[in-house]
Design a protein around this ligand. Structure first.
Ligand code: HEM
Length: 345
């Protein structure tokens, strides 16, 4: 079936991607001092990151499940979900973690939980990466009440829990969905779950020798994706960069500091995840050479952030803003190409 922008998932992804990238670029330039922000930075940062997860990453995961033979939420659920996402994002911009943001996020979390129920029987198939998703989602969501409890009591602990939550959703929901959509199995799903949970704990609330093994083990499992002929070479090279980054973090060769974490999250999402799932929602995907250009753009942003974490100077702020702007422009052109250029059939 031809994917058109009128399908609910696609509309949500396009709108959310556009606003997420736009906000990200605005914040990046504001951090260099070149622009001012229309609302407090923490509010806009929350709106940016939540909209990216709610409106881009989760819908992409759902669209990927379709390829793996799993059932998708029905239209009414999409509508409820889109309303929850819009409410939460508006709430974050206007008043940070206020009543509106909490109400919208609650709707979103309820749809997430409902959506993973049909995946439960898949746990019988050890090779199915989607089997880890329900457990990974619930384990990650368990961080949320803990974050709320510790926010005013111990900010460092609450921040660690936020990183564990964000990383948990990425490694135990978004990445398994992206690889399952390409029908790649990375090994027994309990191992994927264990290593992914260890990695999320290690980067967040529980750094230590044991949890670091999770980073190394998860990187090892992703090696299967790098070797898989089911993905184009550019995507496999991008996954290889993620494997390298996880190994470097696990072996202590990269410090686990905020700019490095930001660089890692952004590269993983903008490169491997979006490149691997583009065929699930774009009617026409950009040619391979264009993806290489894209990987350079988000690679420049992420590389500058990693360099910042290693102590490099003021140039990193500008380089990250330039790379982020190039990323947003790249997506503008890619969407125009996908939805307006005539299709070859
Ligand atoms: C779908 C794409 C994206 C997703 C899912 C995403 C997600 C995130 C997440 C989870 C955070 C951390 C928020 C926190 O710790 O509170 C973040 C921060 C940020 N992102 Fe993105 N992002 C995306 C694309 C971009 C792009 C293209 C830019 C372009 C410049 C960007 C710029 C930023 C900035 C400036 C921050 C705040 C950095 C800071 O606090 O120092 N993001 N994003």
């Amino acid at each position: 079936m031809r994917k058109s922008p009128s399908q609910p998932g696609t509309v949500l992804v396009i709108a959310s991607l556009g606003i997420t990238l736009g906000l990200g670029v605005w914040i990046r330039w504001a951090l260099t001092g070149a622009l001012t922000l229309p609302a407090p930075l923490p509010h806009l940062r929350h709106a940016h990151s939540h909209l990216g997860y709610f409106g881009v990453l989760f819908p992409l995961a759902w669209l990927g499940w379709r390829n793996a033979g799993a059932s998708l939420p029905g239209r009414a659920w999409w509508v409820a979900y889109a309303i929850g996402t819009a409410l939460a994002s508006t709430g974050f911009v206007m008043s940070g973690y206020g009543a509106l943001a909490i109400a919208g996020s609650t709707v979103v979390a309820a749809v997430w939980i409902r959506s993973v129920v049909p995946l439960l029987p898949r746990s019988r198939d050890l090779a199915d990466p989607l089997a880890v998703v329900p457990y990974g989602l619930l384990a990650s969501l368990a961080c949320v009440p803990a974050i709320a409890y510790w926010l005013r009591r111990d900010e460092a602990l609450a921040n660690g829990l936020v990183v564990t939550f964000l990383t948990g959703v990425l490694l135990l929901v978004v990445v398994p969905s992206a690889v399952a959509a390409r029908r790649i199995s990375v090994g027994p799903w309990p191992l994927l779950g264990l290593t992914g949970a260890g990695a999320a704990l290690s980067l967040g609330v529980a750094p230590g020798a044991v949890t670091r093994l999770g980073l190394i083990g998860y990187a090892g499992l992703l090696g299967v994706v790098v070797l898989s002929p089911r993905l184009p070479v550019h995507a496999r090279v991008a996954w290889a960069a993620v494997v390298g980054g996880l190994l470097a973090l696990g072996l202590g060769q990269l410090p686990n500091v905020r700019p490095v974490g930001l660089g890692a999250i952004h590269f993983l999402v903008l490169g491997p995840v979006l490149a691997s799932s583009a065929g699930d929602w774009l009617p026409r995907t950009p040619p391979d050479w264009a993806w290489w250009v894209g990987h350079l753009a988000w690679g420049a942003m992420s590389g500058a952030l990693v360099a910042q974490g290693l102590g490099a100077g003021a140039w990193t702020w500008t380089a990250a803003a330039v790379g982020g702007t190039a990323t947003a422009l790249w997506w503008g052109v890619a969407l125009a190409y996908a939805f307006t250029a005539p299709r070859r059939s």
